[in-house]
Design a protein around this ligand. Structure first.
Ligand SMILES: Nc1ncnc2c1ncn2[C@@H]1O[C@H](COP(=O)(O)OP(=O)(O)OP(=O)(O)O)[C@@H](O)[C@H]1O
Length: 457
């Protein structure tokens, strides 16, 4: 490609991306030449412009340039007079996958590509229930873009409860609604890796400039940086610089900020300064909803397979709170049934998922539940189990029965026997009552959730 062709190409780009974008981003580029037979090199006034163009127009530019010269595989944006980034390195060591233009586009940009997003992790595929409705609403709010109301949004929750799913969903939605925004999603581990890389290559200025130029920064699994002093320090500065510019930050972790050990206090308090929301362990209804939505998504893949509501209910009851395990079980069940060419019956389900069912058999005992509940309500164990029917004992007793039904595989008659020889209908009534109260009385809902967590911890 020669310089005149670049002029003509610029004109074409101007009509594709609009005059303003063209003036801001494409006009400042100066075509420098083709290097190594396949790299189209452009000079840019600042690294920031190089990064932005690479992230937002990289593919477009590459396809136009390649239409003029089909040898071109990559683009590189270099600040004029800056040394070649790979000067002195053997050719074979240079990254080349043409399918990942962002990662190979430029001198400084290799410090900043957003981590890949999973196409399945969207808001449409996220099932909302009581345990995650607040986190979902906050994520939706951030995904609308617009004015920053809480900064940062801090999402936390146990393993496999949908943190990453929500982060990706925010990122997808922002990219669709606001393609002009520079949205960067990465894990805390990747943040550290890029920081260390910048230090090693003496490119800290690039690193700082790049991270401070994003509009939305999303860092997954932030607990990873605990105890890593210089990474924390850099993260703190990045965080402050972005908040000062009123740029949105979204953070996820496996626990609340004040439960992350070895995290500097100033970072902890920064993380707490916006909106902190947690994803609670899934409840039965949410698990069932997720299973149903999964089954729907399997329709096209396995048109011949039907699954009874009873089997989904069984799985929602028996498999742990971790959605990943739940999804894995269903995937295995469908694959197995389709391979052996049999309908999905209860027998087949128990057979095929024997190990998962055994592993998630909660080892919580009735005694343990009774002890914890009595402690929680500050009553004596003998009163919890005993015959007195006063409200102060009766309600905690029902909570305990409910938890026994939910968290153990014990039958109603057996639970009745362990509660002072009560009839199974009394247990059933207690369980039903708590089920009702959970949606009407937030105190009971909180008590149950707290106890469940304490028991499952
Ligand atoms: N509410 C939900 N609706 C649909 N799918 C969900 C939901 N919650 C979790 N999942 C699915 O469960 C799996 C695990 O979720 P995800 O990876 O987001 O968990 P995580 O909280 O980030 O866990 P980890 O701490 O292990 O990183 C994913 O396949 C995700 O799509």
């Amino acid at each position: 490609m020669i310089k005149e062709q670049w002029g003509a190409l610029q004109d074409r780009l101007s009509s594709t991306i609009g005059e303003n974008n063209y003036k801001t981003w494409i006009k400042p580029l100066e075509f420098h030449g083709i290097e190594d037979g396949e790299v189209a090199v452009f000079h840019v006034p600042t690294n920031f412009i190089g990064t932005y163009v690479s992230q937002n127009y990289g593919d477009l530019l590459l396809s136009h340039v390649a239409s003029l010269n089909d040898q071109v595989r990559r683009l590189q944006f270099r600040v004029a007079n800056a040394p070649r980034p790979d000067a002195g390195t053997p050719r074979a060591a240079a990254p080349t996958p043409a399918a990942q233009p962002q990662a190979t586009n430029g001198a400084a940009t290799d410090l900043l590509p957003s981590a890949p997003l999973d196409a399945r992790f969207t808001f449409e595929s996220f099932v909302v229930g009581k345990p995650n409705e607040l986190a979902h609403a906050a994520a939706k709010r951030v995904a609308e873009g617009g004015q920053v109301t809480f900064n940062p949004l801090f999402l936390y929750g146990g393993v496999g409860l949908g943190k990453t799913h929500l982060m990706h969903a925010i990122s997808w939605e922002l990219r669709t609604r606001h393609p002009e925004l520079n949205v960067l999603y990465l894990s805390a581990e990747q943040f550290m890796y890029r920081f260390v890389q910048a230090l090693r290559e003496r490119r800290m200025m690039d690193f700082k400039e790049l991270f401070r130029s994003v509009d939305v920064l999303m860092v997954d699994d932030v607990q990873f940086i605990a105890g890593k002093d210089s990474t924390q320090e850099e993260f703190f500065h990045t965080f402050n610089a972005l908040v000062d510019q009123n740029k949105q930050i979204v953070i996820s972790a496996d626990r609340a900020p004040d439960e992350i050990k070895d995290l500097e206090n100033r970072i902890r308090s920064r993380l707490q300064s916006g909106l902190v929301v947690d994803l609670h362990p899934t409840d039965y209804e949410l698990r069932l909803g997720i299973l149903q939505s999964k089954v729907d998504s399997y329709r096209s893949q396995y048109p011949a397979l039907e699954v009874d509501a009873g089997i989904l209910e069984f799985l929602a009851h028996r498999i742990s709170t971790n959605v990943r395990v739940l999804e894995g079980a269903l995937t295995r069940l469908f694959a197995f049934a389709s391979l052996v060419g049999q309908p999905i019956t209860m027998e087949l389900t128990q057979d095929c998922l024997a190990d998962v069912l055994r592993a998630s058999d909660r080892k919580i005992s009735i005694e343990e539940i009774q002890r914890k509940v009595a402690e929680h309500y500050n009553i004596r164990l003998s009163d919890l189990i005993g015959p007195k029917r006063v409200r102060n004992f009766a309600r905690p007793r029902q909570v305990a029965m409910y938890l026994c039904k939910q968290l153990t595989a014990r039958s109603l008659p057996e639970i009745g026997r362990r509660f002072g020889g009560r009839d199974h209908t009394t247990v059933m009534h207690g369980v039903k009552r708590i089920e009702e109260l959970r949606s009407q009385d937030s105190q009971i809902a909180d008590d149950v959730e707290l106890l469940r967590r304490a028991l499952e911890a």
